[in-house]
Design a protein around this ligand. Structure first.
Ligand SMILES: C[S@@+](CC[C@H](N)C(=O)[O-])C[C@H]1O[C@@H](n2cnc3c(N)ncnc32)[C@H](O)[C@@H]1O
Length: 226
């Protein structure tokens, strides 16, 4: 079922991207799913183990910190951050995904919002102590990623932490089908926005078959250092 859903998503994405629309297909996919998560191939309905592993290792405490989840999908990661004490804002470009999140977690303290990473609310600039980007860049075509990267970097507060989790490949590898892995060179764009790369991990995850992942932690310098 998930493989069929992935194939349908690829077809839909191709149709929109061919017409110069990199993001219109997400809302279509969510509305066509009609509440069936099996139709959304990335919706595991559980928190991302690559996030949990990182949070546990870093022993990251959320109390008193404001977190932002980019392209939150059906929101398990946002809920996990809230459980760990963060005040959380989670956004997605697809209104149907946001309605779905609110229905799944009616008592949630997370603020769910429709927003576009290419044009986030101006008030968000430099506001978040922790920003999570998991698997959104890899479903955006390469020609628009640098704009998304600059936008995401701009949302971090001074001394804030950004965690990026994505599929990874080397520049020589063919990109293949959606989701399209990122290269280290693409991720280096985060550094050129002024972020400091704290930790770069390149590993194969526990999925079957295992997937090559990049998990990268960045930090914005304090004003004294910038
Ligand atoms: C592959 S899914 C990943 C969802 C979630 N982060 C997860 O790991 O399950 C990518 C999500 O990003 C959202 N998205 C795509 N383009 C976006 C944009 N420009 N701004 C905000 N969200 C976007 C999609 O609607 C989708 O929910």
């Amino acid at each position: 079922m998930k493989e069929q859903a992935r194939a349908r998503a690829r077809q839909l994405a191709q149709k929109f991207i061919q017409h110069g629309d990199a993001t219109g297909w997400f809302e279509h996919l969510y509305t066509q799913a009609q509440g069936n998560e099996q139709a959304i191939h990335w919706a595991d309905m559980e928190v991302n183990p690559n996030l949990v592993g990182w949070l546990d290792r870093r022993n990251m405490q959320g109390k008193g910190k404001l977190a932002l989840v980019v392209g939150c999908g059906l929101s398990d990661d946002a809920e996990e951050l809230a459980r760990r004490g963060f005040e959380v804002v989670a956004f997605d470009i697809a209104p149907t995904a946001i309605v779905w999140c609110r229905q799944r977690f009616p008592q949630s303290p997370v603020e769910y919002m429709v927003a576009d990473v290419f044009d986030p609310p101006p008030a968000w600039r430099g506001s978040f102590d922790f920003v999570l980007e998991a698997y959104t860049l890899q479903v955006l075509p390469t020609d628009v990623r640098s704009k998304a990267i600059a936008s995401i970097a701009g949302l971090l507060a001074k001394e804030g932490t950004l965690l990026v989790i994505c599929r990874g490949c080397s520049a020589e590898e063919p990109q293949g089908n959606l989701p399209w892995p990122l290269t280290m060179e693409e991720l280096n764009l985060f550094k050129s926005t002024g972020l400091w790369q704290v930790h770069f991990e390149d590993y194969f995850d526990q999925e079957e078959p295992p997937v090559r992942r990049f998990r990268v932690e960045y930090q914005r310098a304090s004003s004294a250092e910038s």
